[in-house]
Design a protein around this ligand. Structure first.
Ligand code: GLC
Ligand code: CA
Length: 540
């Protein structure tokens, strides 16, 4: 058997700290809160926590705007709490993966405060500046959260470049000093004992704004390789690059098995299918099911042996999968489990986003109850452009990032056991029906399904190593595939929709046994109930 990296067998759990567990009643989740819930995560069986940013930050974009990379924001605790989290997680064999936001800093970072003092300041060149005239930005590039990507600084008679909000100025990676400072900071976290890093919008660091290039700039892989050899390759770390602009070709660079860049790439091709082509995520379109299979199949087969996939449906930027492509009403439990089976059977490292393992759902709030800068900016912009209110709200219900950011639903008590105070964002009103306390002991819960799948992955090597083959690509109802290694084979067969349907196997599944089914009562051999998902297994 080939030497296998630990992170290939691992399951990663993402925590959005602001919404996970509040320990002191201020309505905001914090590091001590996470420690209180480590036993729950150990029971689930995960190997590592990807922790969304907890660094010091003005919280313009919930911590993705960092003003000190080597300190903890007081609302989350302090550096002692962080060290304690690393230690306590370590006792349970759980590693901590820090979220590195390296494309930009906060405008309140000391580097930027210095940089805008004068053109001669040693930190000036840490950011991306262009001369210009007030009111006439260097070009028409737009920022991800709305408005121009250029912000005028009158004292300098210059614009600075920001791909995200005005409070997130882009760092200048062409400056070697910037890169060295970043590597030293990363080393400092490695020395603290973290198990790896998630690299925020890493495909956008090598921007060339004069040519309007943001993702996949010409020097991108040069910078990544430099960073990797300067810091990542020195330890047995997991590194995952977030890359909205990745394709299977450059993903083979990002996740090259020679270890020259990252362990794996977190890409979004499958997750961007339900939007109108060439438009924004808010411009909704139905999910093209056959296309979804084609895309996932391509990633599965093309990276096999020459790269590595991250497997996910949800994260803090995405709506809840059960509401998005499943059915969060009469088949909530069945469809949530079906998505779990479909994903955990594939080749790659699965990610579970907090609450996904409970089948948590999207929300429909009034506009003043949303907190996300992206939602609020879009709402304002589209109102000004004359979009009907209903259309805007429907886009927010479907795609708004706050769907994933409502507090964890721990139990039936007030505020779902998340906080004794007033939560920073409203709790999903369905917490009395959907919560961890009910699910952990229920053998038929979504939680138990995730727990079971995580154990199966550890027990059967075919989950990690098996080659993927899509079965019946044109089938309009079933998402089915096989995984095969030298001595094992398994079939994952999922009815993707809410009607029962007949499955006509082409291959001889004789000799296989049913390893998992998302329904309690056994069904008919080739008739699948709504959202029914089964895994068949055999030793060859
Ligand atoms: C990434 C993060 C997102 C953040 C953005 C800017 O996409 O996941 O939450 O707003 O980068 O840092
Ligand atoms: Ca708190």
């Amino acid at each position: 058997m080939k030497e296998s990296k630990w992170w290939k067998k691992a399951v990663i759990y993402q925590i959005y700290p602001k919404s996970f567990q509040d320990s002191n009643g201020d309505g905001i989740g914090d590091l001590r809160g996470i420690v209180q819930r480590l036993d729950y995560l150990e029971d689930l069986g995960i190997d590592a926590i990807w922790l969304s940013p907890v660094y010091r930050s003005p919280q313009d974009d919930n911590g993705y705007d960092i003003s000190n990379y080597q300190d903890i924001d007081p609302m989350f605790g302090d550096i002692g709490d962080m060290e304690n989290l690393i230690r306590e997680a370590g006792k349970r064999n759980i590693k901590i993966i820090m979220d590195l936001v390296l494309n930009h800093s906060s405008d309140e970072h000391p580097w930027f405060c210095e940089a805008k003092k004068s053109r001669e300041n040693p930190y000036h060149d840490y950011y991306v500046w262009r001369d210009g005239e007030e009111g006439t930005p260097p070009n028409d590039m737009r920022a991800s959260f709305g408005g121009s990507a250029w912000e005028w600084v009158p004292e300098l008679k210059q614009y600075y470049f920001h791909q995200f909000s005005v409070k997130q100025p882009d760092l200048n990676w062409d400056n070697p000093k910037v890169r060295q400072e970043i590597y030293q900071m990363i080393q400092w976290w490695i020395d603290k004992g973290v198990g790896g890093f998630r690299l925020d919008v890493i495909d956008q660091i090598a921007k060339e704004p004069d040519q309007k290039i943001t993702a996949n700039g010409p020097r991108l892989h040069e910078y990544i390789r430099e960073m990797s050899s300067a810091v990542f390759q020195k330890g047995d770390l997991i590194t995952v690059g977030e890359a909205w602009g990745a394709n299977t070709e450059n993903a083979k660079l990002y996740s090259n098995p020679d270890g020259s860049e990252f362990s794996m790439v977190f890409q979004f091709e499958h997750i961007c299918l339900d939007q109108q082509e060439g438009k924004e995520k808010w411009d909704l379109a139905p999910l093209p099911f056959i296309k979804l299979k084609e895309v996932l199949n391509r990633w599965q087969t093309e990276l096999d042996g020459c790269g590595w996939n991250s497997l996910f449906w949800d994260n803090h930027d995405l709506p809840r999968i059960v509401s998005r492509w499943g059915n969060d009403r009469e088949y909530r439990v069945e469809s949530a489990k079906m998505f779990a089976v479909l994903l955990h059977g594939m080749q790659g490292t699965p990610y579970v986003y907090q609450g996904e393992e409970l089948g948590m759902t999207n929300v429909r709030y009034s506009i003043d109850e949303y907190r996300d800068i992206e939602i609020l900016n879009m709402y304002r912009e589209r109102r000004e452009q004359g979009y009907p209110e209903d259309d805007i709200m429907n886009s927010i219900y479907a795609k708004g990032r706050d769907n994933a950011r409502t507090p964890m639903q721990w139990d039936k008590s007030e505020n779902a056991g998340f906080s004794a105070g007033t939560p920073w964002i409203r709790v999903n009103p369905n917490y009395r029906e959907i919560n961890a306390a009910d699910e952990v002991h229920d053998p038929d819960s979504v939680f138990t399904c995730y727990k079971t799948l995580i154990r199966l992955r550890k027990k059967y090597p075919v989950f990690v190593e098996g080659h993927f083959a899509l079965i019946q690509p044109e089938n309009e109802i079933f998402f089915a595939y096989s995984r095969e290694s030298d001595d094992e084979k398994m079939y994952v067969i999922c009815n993707f929709f809410g009607q029962k349907a007949e499955w006509k196997p082409e291959e001889d599944q004789n000799g296989t046994k049913l390893l998992y089914c998302n329904y309690k009562a056994s069904g008919e051999t080739d008739c699948y109930r709504p959202y029914e998902a089964r895994i068949y297994y055999m030793k060859k």
